[in-house]
Design a protein around this ligand. Structure first.
Ligand SMILES: [Zn+2]
Length: 283
């Protein structure tokens, strides 16, 4: 199976960290990949790379122009997936109930800004966060959106400003996912929603392919299941409104009608390869 594109494995200083979900320090082996490995927390079962690289090593991974090239080569496919996610998360109903002046979105890890440009076209005030400079500049120049280039919590954005926060294929790359969720919570306006998309390590493909699973890559520091991500969201003050998973079989491993049928089942029964959680602020 072809894995998702990632920074090639490199030598980095790594340090053992407490579990990002429960603070536990006992782990069992989970997936052993080439040059790195995942462990599972014995207490809460969160899958993670641990020992972990430090902050500098991680931001260094995203500094090159490779990410821009990768995104541009796949932009249309990624945008289409993003639009399907919006529809599945009942975005359009949510949008229709919002006053026009409250339509303010923040896309964290916005890449080239294609989804933001779409939302801008629908009348949203559209801001992005993108630490890859080449992509941030591209999004500003080509898409006319406002993009902050520091990691989310370092931009000192105005609290309560956004009615929608989107983070697609982002949280699994972060060293401090809870800090990220706490900041997302602070930035949401009352009644706002968070749409989080990430690979599902409880899905059929992850179970079948194990260390060859396409999402078991060097850049993914965490592999979430619906259970572990829901728990982290709840602990950070969110409640879960809706959970969806997609993708039953990888393209190319089964005839198309078989794949289509399997994909439908995966979506219906929650064993898809990627999940989306729609969360709101609690109380
Ligand atoms: Zn844990």
């Amino acid at each position: 199976m072809i894995k998702t594109w990632s920074t090639p494995v490199r030598e980095e200083t790594r340090r053992k960290e407490p579990c990002a979900l429960c603070g536990g320090s006992a782990f069992t082996a989970y997936l052993c990949c080439e040059g790195f490995a995942y462990v599972c927390c014995k207490n809460c079962s969160l899958a993670q790379i641990n020992p972990q690289p430090d902050e500098a090593a991680i931001s260094g991974r995203y500094s090159g122009v490779n990410y821009l090239e990768y995104e541009l080569a796949n932009e249309e496919a990624f945008l289409n997936l993003g639009l399907l996610s919006l529809a599945d998360a009942d975005f359009y109903k949510f949008e229709s109930e919002l006053p026009v002046d409250a339509r303010r979105v923040l896309d964290i890890g916005c890449a080239t800004g294609a989804l933001l440009a779409y939302l801008l076209g629908r009348g949203w005030q559209a801001d992005g966060v993108e630490i890859n400079t080449a992509q941030a500049e591209y999004a500003r120049r080509e898409r006319g959106v406002n993009v902050y280039h520091l990691p989310l919590e370092k931009n000192m954005l105005e609290g309560g400003a956004y009615s929608l926060i989107i983070a697609s294929h982002l949280i699994e790359h972060l060293r401090r996912p809870r800090v990220f969720l706490a900041e997302a919570r602070r930035l949401l306006a009352p009644g706002g929603r968070l749409f989080l998309t990430t690979p599902n390590c409880d899905g059929f493909q992850a179970r079948l392919f194990k260390n060859h699973w396409r999402s078991a890559i060097f850049d993914h520091l965490y592999l979430f299941s619906v259970k572990t991500l829901s728990r982290m969201l709840e602990q950070e003050g969110f409640y879960i409104e809706k959970t969806l998973t997609w993708g039953g079989l990888a393209a190319g491993i089964a005839p198309r009608p078989v794949k289509a049928a399997f994909d439908k089942l995966a979506k219906r029964f929650g064993f898809g390869d990627v999940m989306l959680i729609r969360a709101a602020l609690r109380g």
